[in-house]
Design a protein around this ligand. Structure first.
Ligand SMILES: [Zn+2]
Length: 107
């Protein structure tokens, strides 16, 4: 069932899932192990679309800090995730961040 709200994140199912994910994964995945940063947001390893239905897939979720999330969200549009598992996508994005900004580059 599709929500009629314009913001797809503004619904109870997402808020609940997001909160429980942050509670079990309180640290930013992209910052580790260089930095211990509290995660405040949840990224999708593989960007969800209406077709792939990955928004609520728990294995597709990743705790991040606001900074990493904003950074990777801006960059991942040109990335091709076809055929990747969730774990591969995670590592791919983390490697990309580290290569682009360096280990300490953006704090
Ligand atoms: Zn981070």
């Amino acid at each position: 069932m599709k929500s009629s709200l314009s913001n797809p994140y503004n619904n109870r199912q997402w808020r609940k899932l997001r909160l429980s994910h942050l509670q079990s994964n309180p640290l930013c995945y992209y910052c580790l192990p260089n930095k211990i940063t509290e995660a405040t947001q949840v990224d999708h390893c593989i960007p969800w679309t209406d077709e792939n239905d990955l928004m609520y897939e728990e294995d597709n979720l990743l705790s991040t800090c606001a900074r990493c999330h904003q950074w990777i969200t801006g960059k991942q549009r040109g990335m091709d995730f076809k055929g990747m598992s969730f774990d591969e996508a995670k590592v791919y994005k983390k490697t990309f961040i580290w290569q682009e900004v360096g280990e300490d580059g953006y704090y």
